[in-house]
Design a protein around this ligand. Structure first.
Ligand SMILES: [Zn+2]
Length: 464
């Protein structure tokens, strides 16, 4: 009851109280030691898990090849729904939607709110229905333990906790724009999908329990993970990168099974599963693909910048940016870009073709002036961009701070296109804070209003 009260009123409680309470709850959970299926701390509601999962799945459905096979989907959804009926911490609003990815890679993943993806390769590698059920039960464990939004909550705490939480909650932006602001992103590369070993252990515990309650051999899940790691090392790279192997996985599962007591059933296989394997062997094989598709260059241009802007509150500056852009925080830089704004360049490297990038440059010379330092920066950029040249340079006043504005032209990472870059430099102590606005030359005009709006929103007040 206390727990419910705390979480439901999280938006009016002082964050400091929440954080103190979290630390206490975590230490209590460790002291008890027994698996009690209690999710980690979370600033989101289960309803928000569903909203977030739904938006992520809409993106992922466009990024991955799906298998639209009515019979197979009916079987998978039937099996999945039968299983999750036995999962702990289930919420009635969870979507429980199971999708098949038409890929020979052995992989499966779960989005918040019950959107589960199982690759065709899993059906191929599973030796019986119980092993497939084990994969589903494990993935549903990530859902009911709410690992995705737990990661998002950890990001809130990691990024300065109190301030960022207050500022995010105060903005009233959409849930996905909040996540973008935390640098988590959606889609196949989202950090929401990167589970910790602790999360894996929890998903194993829930998965084993669910299998047991549903009358399957509860060893089938861990058995499957062992088989695929041994037999298909190349086809499981993504799986074990998203699902790192917990230590003592087998011993932990065995201990749990012992505690659960005599088996409720030991179902291993079904004629439906064997029939489906046969069916998959007869239809067209999955299309060839090189691993999981990253954010590839799309034929069409990214969506234009939204009129609605959201706030980024960094340590060194604040600015506003379109709410349909993603924010990616690197160690010393912040990248802001639309869907499709990052492309794969000629040498296979990831490069930004649209959006804005903010970073810090430390000049080599001593006692530098801003114009000289900017010149030095441009020379250093030219080393990796030999086709770059300056179109125009002028002074600029950035909220009372002297700045240098440089318009550049360069080769776009999109093949056969030129790009325009607007570089703005401003002194920040011993370093130069640099803002670069990037778009293909032909599209720069339609991005210029958004770029100007971002530029006008930049606040360096804290530097003075
Ligand atoms: Zn997992």
């Amino acid at each position: 009851m206390m727990l419910q009260l705390v979480w439901q009123s999280r938006r009016i409680l002082a964050p400091a109280i929440i954080l103190a309470w979290l630390a206490l709850a975590a230490s209590l959970a460790q002291a008890i030691g027994k698996p009690d299926f209690k999710p980690g701390y979370n600033f989101y509601s289960p309803q928000e898990d569903v909203l977030l999962g739904k938006e992520s799945s809409a993106q992922i459905d466009k990024q991955l090849p799906l298998l639209n096979d009515a019979g197979a989907l009916q079987y998978l959804n039937g099996l999945g729904k039968r299983l999750v009926a036995f999962a702990p911490n289930n919420h009635p609003e969870y979507a429980w939607q199971f999708t098949i990815v038409n890929s020979a890679e052995i992989n499966a993943f779960a989005l918040p709110g019950g959107y589960i993806y199982v690759n065709r390769g899993v059906f191929d590698a599973a030796e019986n229905e119980a092993q497939l059920a084990g994969v589903i039960a494990h993935e549903s464990g990530h859902v009911v333990m709410r690992h995705g939004t737990h990661i998002a909550s950890q990001a809130v705490v990691a990024q300065g906790g109190l301030a960022i939480l207050t500022s995010i909650l105060g903005q009233g932006g959409s849930l996905t724009s909040q996540l973008a602001q935390l640098g988590l992103g959606l889609g196949v590369d989202s950090l929401l999908l990167k589970n910790s070993r602790t999360a894996e252990t929890q998903a194993d515990e829930v998965g084993t329990y669910t299998l047991y309650q549903a009358g399957y051999d509860p060893r089938a899940m861990v058995e499957f993970f062992q088989i695929i790691a041994r037999k298909y090392p190349q086809r499981t790279l993504q799986f074990f990168s998203d699902h790192p192997n917990p230590q003592n996985r087998i011993q932990d599962v065995d201990a749990e099974i012992e505690e659960l007591g005599p088996p409720r059933g030991a179902k291993t296989d079904s004629p439906e599963f064997e029939g489906l394997k046969q069916h998959f062997a007869e239809i067209d094989p999955p299309p060839q693909q090189k691993g999981t598709p990253k954010m590839e260059a799309k034929k069409q241009s990214p969506p234009l910048p939204s009129e609605n802007f959201i706030r980024y509150d960094g340590k060194k500056f604040t600015l506003n940016y379109p709410d349909n852009w993603r924010l990616q925080q690197e160690e010393d830089s912040v990248l802001l870009f639309p869907q499709g704004g990052m492309v794969t360049g000629a040498e296979g490297e990831t490069a930004q073709a649209y959006g804005a990038a903010v970073s810090i440059y430390t000049p080599q010379q001593e006692n530098w002036g801003l114009v000289d330092a900017t010149q030095e920066l441009i020379e250093s950029m030219r080393q990796s961009n030999p086709q770059m040249h300056v179109l125009q340079q002028s002074g600029l006043n950035l909220h009372g701070n002297p700045a240098v504005s440089t318009l550049l032209q360069n080769d776009s990472p999109i093949e056969g296109q030129r790009e325009t870059d607007h570089l703005v430099t401003v002194r920040q102590g011993d370093t130069v804070l640099t803002f670069i606005f990037i778009a293909p030359a032909g599209a720069f005009g339609s991005y210029a209003p958004a770029f100007d709006k971002i530029l006008q929103s930049i606040d360096l007040a804290r530097l003075r």
